[in-house]
Ligand binder design. Structure first.
Ligand code: NAD
Length: 542
C-alpha cells in the first residue's frame, strides 16, 4: 500500500497537496541508479558540472516567486524570509561558478627525498551521497549540500524533511527542469523511517542537517560500516553583552537574532549573558524592541509581520517543557509566553540559571532567556558550559575585548557585534564543534568535504643514482645520517656536523695530507644536496 505525506499550511491548518512516500524498493532502485550513473557524472570535467549546475541556477532564479510561495505555505514564514533561502542557494552556486574548477584541481606536492619523481593529490568524489534535510530552512538546507556534492562529482539521494514535504516536492520539480541533471539526483520523500532506509542502503557518505538526537542515531548506523558521516546539528547559541557594548544595537539585533524565523534557526540566539554593568539597560532595551514585533501569517510579498507560526507542532511540547521547567525553578517571564495554535508570542525570560533546560537544551522557539553575569570571564565560562558549539556572538565596542572573548569561545563561528549575519556569507565556512556536528558548509570547505584526497606518486622505475634508491641498499647508514643532518638540521652546527665528524675521523687515521681534498669533495657534495633539497622543499603549487 502506498503511503502519502500531506502538505499542511501550518498557519491555517489547510492541506494543499500531497506526495507519495518512498518504499524500500524505491530506496534500493534509487541507490542502484545513482551508483551506475556515478561513473558517468564523475567523468565529466568540473567545468562541465559547473555549466550544468549553472542551468539550475538560472531555473531557480526564474522560479523565485514560485519557490517563495511554496516555502511560505509549507513553513508559515514570510515570502521575504523564504527569499533569503533562494538567495543563499544562488549565491553559493554563483561562487561555485567562479571558483569550483580551482578548488577541485590537482595539486603538486614537494617530493622530499624522491627528487626524480612527481607527487600530487587529486580530490575524488565519494560516490553516492545521501543528503537528509530538516524543515526549518527546507530549501537552502536541502539544496546546498546536494549541489556541493554534485559539483564534487558525486551522485545524490536527497531525503527532505517530512514536515516540509511540499518544498521537497518542489525541489524535485526544479531538478526535472534540467534534463542534464536528472540522471544524477534522486529525491525520496518520507519520514524518519525512509531516512533510516536511505542510510542503511549503504551510500558512500551521509550528510545530515537535523537534530543532535537524529545525528547520534545515524552515527551509530554508519559506524557499522565506517561510512563517512557529516553532520550539521543542533545549537544553543549564546550572546555575550559586555560592558563596552552598544547596548541599543545589541538589544535590537539580539531580538532579531532570537526571533527571526520564529526562533527556529540553528544559529539563532538561544541564551544571553549580560554583564551586570549593562544588564538593566540591556533588558529594558530588549523589552522595548520585542514589543515592536508583529506576529501573523501572510502570503503577500509586502508582508509587514516579523514572525509567523511555528512550523512543526512537536516544537510546542519542547517549548512548554523548557518554559515550565524554568518557571518552576524561579525564572520570570517579563514579556510574552502565550501560545495560540502554532503561534507563540516572542518571550523574554530573566532570573535564569544553568539548572534550567531553557539554558542548556535546544529550545528552537521564540524565547530569549537573559542571565546577569559578573564579568567577561563568567560570561565566557557559562557560554562554554554546553554540549553544543555551533555559533556565538559577542557585543563590545572594545575590539580587543571582543576578539579576546571570541577567541575563548568553544564554537564553530563567532560573530562580533551582530547575529546570524555570518551564515549568509557564501565563502565563510560554517559548522559546529562538540555535539553541534562535524561538517563545514559554504565555499571550498563545503565542496571538498564531499571528496576524498587521492595521492599519486609518478615516475619511471627507481634510478640507480637517485639518493632515495641508494638508501634502499644495506650499508648506507652514513649516507643516511649525512642527508638527515644536511636536509633537516635545525641549526648550522647540526647541518655541518657530518663534515666535522668526517674530518675528525680522517685526523684520527693520520691522513692529513688528503684532508683538504676529502673535505672539499664532501663539503661540495653536501652543499649540492642541501641546495637541491632546499629548492625542492620550497617548490609547491599550492
Ligand atoms: P530531525 O533530526 O528531527 O530531522 C532531520 C531529518 O532527519 C528529517 O528529514 C528526518 O526525517 C530525518 N530522520 C529522522 N530520523 C532519522 C533516522 N533514524 N535516520 C535517518 N534520517 C532520519 O531535525 P528537524 O527537527 O527536522 O530539524 C531541526 C534540527 O535541525 C534542530 O536541532 C536544528 O538546530 C538543526 N539544524 C541544524 C543546522 C546546522 O546547520 N547546524 C541547520 C538547520 C537545522
Amino acid at each position: 500500500m502506498t503511503e502519502t505525506l500531506p502538505f499542511i499550511n501550518q498557519a491555517t491548518g489547510e492541506q494543499f497537496g500531497q506526495v507519495t512516500m518512498a518504499t524500500q524498493d524505491d530506496v534500493s532502485r534509487a541507490h542502484k541508479e545513482m551508483r551506475l550513473n556515478f561513473e558517468v557524472w564523475r567523468r565529466k570535467p568540473a567545468a562541465e558540472r559547473v555549466r550544468i549546475l549553472r542551468l539550475l541556477q538560472e531555473a531557480i532564479i526564474d522560479a523565485t516567486d514560485e519557490i517563495t510561495a511554496v516555502i511560505n505555505q509549507d513553513t508559515g514564514k514570510s515570502r521575504q524570509d523564504a527569499l533569503i533561502e533562494v538567495f543563499m542557494v544562488v549565491d553559493r552556486l554563483h561562487q561555485y561558478y567562479k571558483n569550483a574548477e580551482r578548488w577541485l584541481r590537482r595539486r603538486r606536492v614537494p617530493p622530499g627525498l624522491y627528487v626524480f619523481r612527481r607527487f600530487y593529490t587529486e580530490p575524488h568524489p565519494h560516490g553516492v551521497v545521501a543528503v537528509i534535510g530538516p524543515w526549518n530552512y527546507p530549501f537552502d538546507l536541502c539544496m546546498s549540500p546536494v549541489l556541493s556534492a554534485l559539483l564534487a562529482g558525486n551522485t545524490v539521494i536527497l531525503k527532505p524533511s517530512e514536515v516540509t514535504a511540499a518544498t521537497g516536492a518542489l525541489i524535485e520539480k526544479l531538478f526535472k527542469r534540467i534534463p542534464e541533471l536528472v540522471p544524477y539526483v534522486r529525491i525520496l520523500h518520507g519520514d524518519g523511517k525512509v531516512g533510516a532506509a536511505v542510510v542503511e542502503s549503504n551510500p558512500d557518505l551521509v550528510f545530515l542537517t537535523g537534530s543532535t538526537a537524529t545525528g547520534k542515531k545515524i552515527a551509530a548506523e554508519t559506524a557499522k560500516t565506517l561510512t563517512p558521516f557529516l553532520s550539521e546539528l543542533g545549537g544553543k547559541d549564546p550572546m555575550l553583552v559586555l560592558e563596552h557594548a552598544d547596548v541599543k544595537a545589541a538589544a535590537k539585533w539580539g531580538v532579531w537574532g532570537a526571533f527571526v524565523n520564529a526562533g527556529q534557526t540553528c544559529m539563532g540566539l538561544e541564551r544571553v549573558y549580560a554583564v551586570e554593568a549593562v544588564y538593566d539597560e540591556f533588558v529594558a532595551a530588549v523589552l522595548e524592541e520585542t514589543k515592536k514585533l508583529k506576529m501573523g501569517y501572510s502570503t503577500e510579498l509586502n508582508n509587514q509581520n516579523h514572525m509567523g507560526p511555528l512550523t512543526f507542532e512537536r516544537q510546542i511540547n519542547i517549548i512548554r517543557d523548557h518554559l515550565g521547567d524554568a518557571i518552576a525553578k524561579g525564572a520570570n517571564v517579563l514579556l510574552g509566553g502565550r501560545i495560540d495554535g502554532l503561534f507563540m508570542e516572542p518571550t523574554i525570560v530573566v532570573d535564569v540559571d544553568h539548572s534550567m533546560k531553557l539554558m542548556r537544551e535546544e529550545t528552537f522557539g521564540p524565547i530569549l532567556p537573559i542571565m546577569k553575569v559578573r564579568d567577561e570571564t563568567e560570561a565566557i565560562w557559562l557560554a562554554n558550559d554546553s554540549h553544543y558549539g555551533l555559533s556565538a556572538c559577542v557585543w563590545s565596542n572594545d575590539m580587543r575585548q571582543a576578539k579576546r572573548a571570541a577567541h575563548r569561545l568553544q564554537v564553530g563561528s563567532v560573530n562580533i557585534n551582530d547575529a546570524i549575519s555570518h551564515y549568509p556569507v557564501s565563502l565563510l565556512p560554517f559548522g559546529g564543534v562538540k555535539q553541534s556536528g562535524n561538517a563545514r558548509t559554504h565555499g571550498k570547505e563545503e565542496v571538498l568535504q564531499f571528496t576524498h584526497l587521492r595521492s599519486y606518486a609518478v615516475g619511471r622505475s627507481p634510478l640507480p643514482f637517485d639518493i632515495a634508491t641508494q638508501m634502499r641498499y644495506p650499508g648506507r647508514y652514513r649516507l643516511g645520517t649525512t642527508i638527515l643532518h644536511f636536509a633537516f638540521g635545525a641549526t648550522p652546527r647540526q647541518r655541518v656536523q657530518p663534515v666535522v665528524e668526517a674530518l675528525d675521523s680522517l685526523n684520527a687515521a693520520d691522513v692529513k695530507p688528503n684532508l683538504a681534498r676529502v673535505a672539499a669533495v664532501l663539503g661540495g657534495l653536501m652543499a649540492v644536496t642541501a641546495v637541491l633539497f632546499g629548492l625542492l622543499r620550497l617548490k609547491t603549487e599550492d
